[in-house]
Design a protein around this ligand. Structure first.
Ligand code: NDP
Ligand code: HEM
Length: 507
């Protein structure tokens, strides 16, 4: 380096040798060789500065999706969808918006293996002219739950046993088999799509229904699909297991190296749309996150493409501190009344305030475009570093932020909106026959590709063979509700694994 920076303390005071500490030498009388050096001084700011900052290096890891990798990129509008959505960043074909995408596994800790059988998070922040839009998706078009209060119960069963601190197949299957609405997602998870070959070779799905408005205030329900231009490629169970040991950071490395060598991954963006009237004729609720919208009834419509082309400069500053929330949205795009989505609107900013602090929006990677926001009421708080709006009055005031009575597109809409009536009820979604219909369809979809149904059976059997026998019986029954043959095949496979385990070793 021709002009290296001068090493300083955190306060900018130059340091000639970062490794020295202030010590008092011992009286050398009586020592044959050099006397041991004496005690440290409390006044040694350089030492205290170094140790105390080190002591505070960790922030809480995300309670779910702790292990992840991300990159910057660019989204481009490819087709006009202004009849569906009035979001400004979509208003012109060819318009580009900077993005950051973070991929993740869900259940493991920050150092866990990338190839674990788990859904993958697929979260993208769009730095738009109307503020930040976060599309916080997974690589599965459905989810395990539709009653939001089940989320912490479900997640606890996928994490570690409170006594042994081990992953626990009994907890895992006990929960799932008692909650049949999970079946569709569990079949997806135990298919080969549960172990993607890399973050570049998987699709992303909104899963939830959203509501998008055009400039006339007309709205439709929307599902979003990101389809990988690299194709969908998966690992077999054994390969995933091997890589978990040999290269636990496999997907992180794959993404970083592809971008470094200019092999930029990209995804085509599509929507499915549905009107209120169409939703009334569905055999399932449009707010039921465990269902897909059949392609033949709701065809995909292309609207954009994004490409990841820039690795972050610093993992902690960018990938670790980025804070996504489905509630970070822009005019033209709204959440639907899907109760899981509604709960997520609260949960993410809540956890950000815990994980990063109340001023998390000031962290550069989270800062809206055009140097932040103008919000004179959100002031002060820990780590307020953006000048705190100087002398601007700290309330909505007549001097420099007159309240704007903008007409929201929704208010001027000419389409009938949902109408809610009646009394508050304690609601727990009941199961219907249709809950088993889409899992059955999924089994048929797997049957189109040789080996896929066999993989599902084997992957479940490998996992459940470590569980108690009565839990195994519940697992056979659970999968049989999609198609009786699945339960039978899993039972046979588990018995085969047990026979192998009990037969004498040939070593
Ligand atoms: P389609 O035949 O039109 O769609 C089936 C879809 O399944 C494909 O488009 C593909 O989605 C996905 N798929 C194909 N092969 C596999 C595989 N080996 N593992 C996992 N997914 C695969 O039928 P429908 O739309 O009526 O859906 C039938 C079933 O397909 C559903 O019950 C659902 O389980 C599953 N599915 C449906 C999706 C949807 O949004 N409609 C999306 C994904 C799965 P893609 O092109 O997105 O990869
Ligand atoms: C991360 C809660 C359902 C996708 C998180 C985090 C929480 C959370 C607390 C950690 C956020 C952070 O620390 O930054 C919930 C709750 C849910 C739910 C309460 C249901 C009630 C879902 C669903 C999806 C999803 C249905 C996908 C459709 C993600 C993704 C991340 C995440 C992608 C990682 C974001 C990142 O990369 O930082 N969730 N979640 N979650 N969740 Fe959820």
């Amino acid at each position: 380096m021709s002009n290296p920076p001068v090493f300083t303390t955190s306060q900018g005071c130059p340091v000639s040798d970062p490794f020295t500490t202030q010590r008092i030498p011992l009286d050398s009388t009586g020592y044959k060789y050099a006397p041991p050096i004496g005690p440290l001084l409390l006044q040694d700011f350089k030492l205290i500065d170094t140790l105390s900052h080190f002591d505070r290096e960790r922030i809480p890891e995300r309670v779910v999706h702790a292990k992840g990798a991300g990159a910057y990129g660019v989204f481009e509008v490819t087709d006009d969808i202004t009849d569906v959505c009035s979001a400004k960043f979509l208003d012109t074909v060819g318009k580009k918006t900077r993005i950051f995408t973070r991929f993740s596994t869900v259940g493991g800790e920050k150092g866990s293996a990338d190839t674990a059988r788990d859904p993958r998070g697929f979260a993208t922040k769009f730095y738009t002219e109307d503020g930040n839009l976060d599309l916080v998706y997974n690589n599965t078009p459905i989810f395990f739950i539709r009653d939001p209060i089940k989320f912490p119960h479900f997640i606890h069963t996928q994490k570690r046993n409170p006594a042994t601190n081990l992953k626990d197949p009994n907890m895992f299957w006990d929960y799932l088999t008692a909650n049949d609405e999970s079946l569709h997602q569990v079949m997806y998870l135990f298919s080969n799509r549960g172990t993607p070959a890399s973050y570049r070779t998987m699709n992303g799905y909104s899963g939830h229904t959203y509501k998008w408005y055009n400039s006339k205030g007309e709205w439709v329900y929307v599902q979003v699909h990101f389809i990988a231009n690299q194709g969908v490629h998966n690992l077999l169970d054994e390969e995933a297991g091997r890589l978990a040991g040999e290269d636990p950071d496999h997907s992180t490395r794959d993404l970083w190296e592809a971008i470094e060598k200019g092999d930029y991954p990209s995804w085509e963006c599509y929507i499915q749309t549905m009107t209120l009237e169409q939703s009334k004729k569905l055999p399932f609720s449009v707010f039921d996150l465990t269902k897909v919208w059949p392609h033949k009834d709701f065809p995909l419509r292309h609207f954009g493409r994004f490409t990841l082309n820039e690795n972050p400069k610093n993992y902690y500053a960018e990938t670790e501190q980025i804070a996504f929330s489905p509630s970070h949205t822009v005019p033209g795009m709204e959440p639907s009344n899907d109760p899981v989505l509604q709960s997520r609107l609260f949960s993410y900013p809540d956890t950000h305030r815990h994980r990063l602090g109340p001023n998390y929006h000031q962290i550069p990677v989270n800062c809206p475009l055009k140097s932040g926001s103008f919000n004179p009421i959100n002031r002060d708080g820990p780590m307020c570093v953006d000048g705190n709006l100087g002398g601007t009055p700290n309330y909505a005031n007549a001097y420099n932020c007159p309240i704007q009575y903008a007409v929201s597109p929704k208010a001027s809409g000419n389409k009938p909106d949902e109408k809610y009536t009646g009394e508050v009820v304690p609601y727990h979604w009941e199961h219907t026959d249709y809950d088993y219909f889409q899992p059955k369809m999924f089994w048929k979809v797997l049957g189109r590709t040789p080996g896929e149904q066999e993989s599902l059976v084997k992957n479940v059997a490998n996992h459940v063979s470590a569980a108690d026998e009565f839990i195994q019986d519940r697992v056979y029954e659970y999968f049989s509700k999609a198609e009786p043959i699945i339960g039978d095949l899993i039972r046979k496979k588990v018995q085969e694994l047990k026979r192998k385990a009990s037969s004498p070793s040939k070593i």
